[in-house]
Design a protein around this ligand. Structure first.
Ligand code: AMP
Length: 947
């Protein structure tokens, strides 16, 4: 060995191969504290050049390794530093001790005591045993350097080190964090856990408080169980630790100055949360159980889907809590919560995202199974959807309804593995150890506070009863329920532990339970921190938007001069900002449009609508795939510097007091992002919130959001929503995809004035429609069938005056001077782009006996307006509904009764007939020739066919 090259020495030394981890750790320990490593190491590390200007624990290690290698090769490293003399047996063991300790950080969670039922066996993990690392019991008393272990000791015996690591990582907490690449974050978690062996010594008061919260959690379920036996409540029993967890989460966040927390959760444990955490009056809940309480409007919803809001007091001041309403679809509330949080952060201009925190509570089966969870994680650090980190809590009761075999539930080891994709730390914790639960809660809150990233608490517990209280779980989980039946409750276990430690007495425990039960029986609030007279400044005042009449007429005019000035302002390219050639041409054209030299097209009218809304001090937020440019290249709301790639957003640079324009290209999701925007718009009533589908038919990837929230949320929960959905589409012979935005789906969902469905056909119409949506106080979702080809159609243009004056017209009568009212014997009613085909056909055929009327708003159907427009045509004997969609699609089935009603009023002889494509399973033909043939046929049918 003496004569071997330094490289050989290096390779055979303990610095190489598997020992690189050791080297890494030594080096990291040195970076944190040079004195924490043995002197020889310090000498070596001291000699390393500064690889970065500022060395931190994030300094990449590969260059350090390379540097060592180089030092070895070039003899720059002192022979006695690397010489075999240094590699004593003790040093070799020192390395192994470090490997053992590292193994606990990596794999300790597999051996931790996480399952209160003890059904899932703790894995035997060879890496956690001495012999795996070439150590034996005989080494137990040998003293080793603690290096970067956070025991507050420089040296300890192997036994002490092993015990400490085992207690830290294999007790009631299983921490998964070694997948995090950021060293500071990993170190932070190690330090927090190891320094207290994952078992902080809580004060007596803190423990008694936990006991009281557990008594509340259990007491609530027992009370409901005895008062309303057999009634579904989706009780929390088995997961009672959620209540001390949430209590700690809220109090700790509040102590850091958090002002609002928005919580999303499914049905399990919701009633318990409502009463014990949010402070819902128990009397109100009992009334709901007894069927005495109703929402003043709409259909209402079952009690375990209801949201709630309250203010609680914390050491940092008053804090607003909002529990989101949610449908039965598990996990879909999570992105809604994120959107709501982002809106609140925007409202507060909370740039550090510390004043408002999202908390999403999940179930284990749905967390592993529902794709929207992945989408929500994917949003977490994006520009458009980031909220500064979400605290996720999984109520892991180890069964989804009746399914509990791991090989049926998932392919991942844990139900939480999806969270690793964003490198979130995951704290699995045994729900029967409430102090451990409180500890991981503190870690989660502090981690989110420190790093602004997502974090997961996997609360491993069980479900004492069936899926609901009327369900018999032993039918499908006999073994699990055998154990559960004889398993003591978390409260009983913790009370016994407190009594045995002398912290509580038998009488004291009984008193806590009795007090809680009496308070419930008296209908008293049982959330102690509840603020009885909440500070309303903590949340938005919705009063101006409540009970607004649904009337179509709204004056959305805008002063012509101001509009013109605005038109020029939003087309001014900053000095030295080269835009792309075609974009430049578009901007030049827009300047001409502003000057009246060119008619205004769709894209510009839309931009002007946003500009005027912003000028009126209303925020605008637009998201969706490719919205910056527009899927069909019409918007150009974001300009790209052709020299350096930087961007410029003219609407964000308007000369307004507080420009609040956001536009973001979304990541490729429909479901989570639409849910997010729903959450945003139901929280920020002043904003015009627009989501655009890349292609309108892609919105069906978000059908659950449309069905469960957008079209029914107001009716079920009284939650108003002003979200606008733009759905580009068009029948242009391009095949079944993207021809249809599935108008029929939306129309089928229309009832009780729940949404607005519009098909504007001119730039002025889109301008007024968007302005109307923002400026009037009516908050109703707006679904817009937006066009592809009309973006550039020579006739689909408007004048600046048409934008400036007037309003959104729900129906547009025939505007062709060649059509004389008294000569009209046929009226064609239509909606959308087919209007231009019909006009073309009429011109070609000189069929001026036909009047063409456009219905620009299909819901609420403008019956009165259509009636007024039809009235002058007294010689009509044929009325046609013409649509480009197949008969079973489009507006025909959903809207004909409105039209028939009006026609019938006009003349009993009038009958509405159909001209359009035959019913079809597919929305459109796959061949251009067939498309054109069909078009020709139904245009003939509409314009020429004699009845
Ligand atoms: P939150 O901040 O979500 O707790 O809301 C505070 C209060 O504002 C609620 O209790 C409701 O009275 C009202 N509110 C919140 N969102 C809406 C909405 N989308 N529609 C109507 N009222 C709302």
């Amino acid at each position: 060995m003496q004569n071997a090259s330094m490289e050989e020495q290096w390779l055979s030394s303990h610095f190489s191969g598997g020992n690189q981890t050791y080297l890494d750790e030594m080096y990291e320990a040195y970076l944190l504290d040079p004195n924490s490593v043995p002197e020889q190491w310090r000498t070596v590390f001291d000699k390393l050049p500064n690889l970065n200007d500022e060395i931190t624990t994030d300094t990449p290690h590969q260059p350090v390794r390379d540097h060592f290698l180089l030092m070895g090769k070039t003899n720059k490293i002192a022979a006695d530093t690397l010489a075999p003399s240094l590699v004593t047996e003790h040093e070799r063991k020192q390395v192994r001790v470090h490997q053992l300790a590292t193994a606990f950080r990596f794999r300790g969670h597999q051996n931790a005591n996480l399952d209160p039922l003890n059904l899932s066996q703790r894995k035997s993990v060879p890496d956690l045993e001495l012999k795996y690392h070439g150590l034996t019991d005989a080494d137990s008393d040998s003293v080793f350097q603690c290096g970067n272990l956070y025991f507050g000791k420089k040296e300890a015996t192997l036994q002490e080190i092993h015990d400490a690591m085992s207690t830290t990582y294999c007790s009631s907490i299983g921490a998964e964090f070694t997948h995090i690449v950021n060293t500071s974050e990993r170190r932070w978690i190690e330090q927090r856990m190891e320094s207290v062996r994952s078992k902080p010594d809580y004060s007596i008061d803190a423990r008694l408080h936990i006991l009281e919260r557990l008594a509340a959690a259990e007491g609530m379920e027992k009370y409901l169980g005895s008062k309303y036996p057999g009634t579904k409540r989706f009780g929390l029993e088995g997961a009672e630790s959620l209540i001390p967890l949430m209590d700690e989460l809220i109090q700790r966040s509040g102590s850091y100055g958090t002002k609002e927390i928005v919580i999303g959760m499914a049905h399990r444990g919701r009633l318990n949360m409502l009463v014990n955490i949010l402070g819902k009056n128990p009397t109100n809940l009992f009334e709901e159980f007894e069927g005495k309480s109703f929402l003043s409007v709409g259909s209402g919803d079952v009690k375990y889907h209801q949201g709630f809001s309250s203010n609680v007091m914390t050491s940092g001041g008053e804090l607003h809590l909002a529990l989101a309403f949610n449908p039965s679809h598990l996990e879909i509330a999570a992105p809604v919560v994120e959107g709501s949080v982002r809106a609140r952060q925007d409202r507060r201009r909370d740039h550090s995202r510390e004043q408002v925190i999202p908390v999403n509570i999940h179930g284990d089966a749905s967390f592993a199974g529902q794709g929207v969870v992945m989408e929500t994680f994917q949003m977490s650090q994006t520009r458009a959807y980031g909220t500064g980190g979400t605290i996720h809590i999984v109520i892991n009761n180890q069964v989804g309804f009746t399914t509990s075999r791991q090989e049926d539930c998932r392919s991942t080891e844990y139900c939480t593995d999806i969270a690793k994709m964003v490198q979130a730390p995951i704290f699995h914790v045994n729900g029967d150890d409430p102090e451990a639960v409180v500890f991981v809660t503190q870690l989660a809150v502090d981690y989110r506070q420190q790093f602004k990233r997502d974090v997961v608490i996997d609360l491993i517990c069980y479900r004492r009863r069936g899926h609901n209280e009327a369900d018999e779980p032993a039918m499908t989980q006999p073994m699990m329920y055998q154990v559960i039946r004889s398993h003591k409750t978390t409260f009983e276990l913790y009370a016994a532990a407190m009594i045995s430690k002398g912290i509580a007495t038998v009488e004291g425990v009984k008193r806590v339970s009795d007090d809680y039960r009496n308070a419930l029986a008296n209908g008293e609030h049982v959330a102690k921190a509840l603020v009885k007279e909440p500070n309303s400044e903590l949340f938005v005042d919705w009063t101006p938007y409540l009970n607004q009449p649904v009337v179509d007429d709204f004056d959305s005019s805008y002063d012509l001069k101001a509009l013109q000035a605005l038109a020029l302002e939003i087309n001014t390219v900053p000095e030295g900002f080269p835009v792309q050639r075609q974009v430049n041409k578009i901007l030049e054209d827009r300047v001409k449009m502003a000057m009246g030299a060119l008619p205004i097209n769709w894209g510009f009218a839309e931009m002007l609508a946003y500009a005027t809304v912003l000028k009126q001090d209303l925020p605008v937020r637009i998201t969706g795939q490719d919205v910056g440019r527009g899927t069909f290249v019409h918007r150009h709301a974001v300009w790209h510097n052709q020299k350096d790639g930087s961007t410029y957003v003219p609407l964000a640079n308007l000369s307004v007091d507080q420009p609040r324009f956001q536009i973001y290209d979304s990541f490729l999701s429909e479901e989570a992002v639409l849910a997010f925007e729903y959450g945003y718009s139901t929280t920020m009533p002043s904003a015009l919130v627009v989501w655009e589908a890349q292609f309108g038919d892609f919105a069906n990837g978000a059908q659950v959001v449309i069905d469960q929230f957008i079209t029914s949320g107001e009716h079920k929960w009284g939650r108003l929503c002003g979200l606008t959905m733009l759905l580009p589409h068009g029948y242009e012979g391009q095949g079944p995809e993207h021809s249809s935005a599935r108008l029929e789906r939306y129309l089928q969902l229309c009832a009780e004035q729940n949404i607005q469905v519009c098909m504007p056909t001119t730039p002025a119409q889109v301008f007024h429609m968007l302005r109307r949506q923002a400026v009037r106080n009516l908050r109703k979702p707006l679904i817009v069938m937006t066009p592809k080809s009309l973006l550039r159609h020579k006739d689909a243009v408007s004048t600046l005056e048409e934008l400036s004056q007037g309003r959104f017209e729900t129906v547009i009568g025939d505007q062709d001077a060649a059509v004389l009212t008294e000569k009209v014997d046929r009226v064609v009613l239509c909606s959308g782009k087919v209007y231009y085909d019909l006009v073309d056909k009429r011109r070609k055929e000189s069929a001026f006996n036909v009047a063409i009327i456009r219905i620009e708003q299909l819901y609420p159907f403008p019956e009165e307006r259509l009636s007024e427009i039809l009235a002058p045509y007294s010689n009509v004997n044929d009325v046609v509904w013409c649509q480009e969609e197949p008969m079973n699609q489009g507006a025909w089935y959903s809207s004909q009764h409105h039209m028939r009603r009006i026609l019938h009023r006009q003349s009993e002889k009038l009958y509405l007939r159909y001209a359009g494509r035959e019913a079809s399973a597919s929305p459109a033909a796959g061949y251009m020739s067939l498309h054109l043939e069909q078009l020709e046929k139904f245009l003939n049918d509409a314009i020429l066919n004699i009845q």
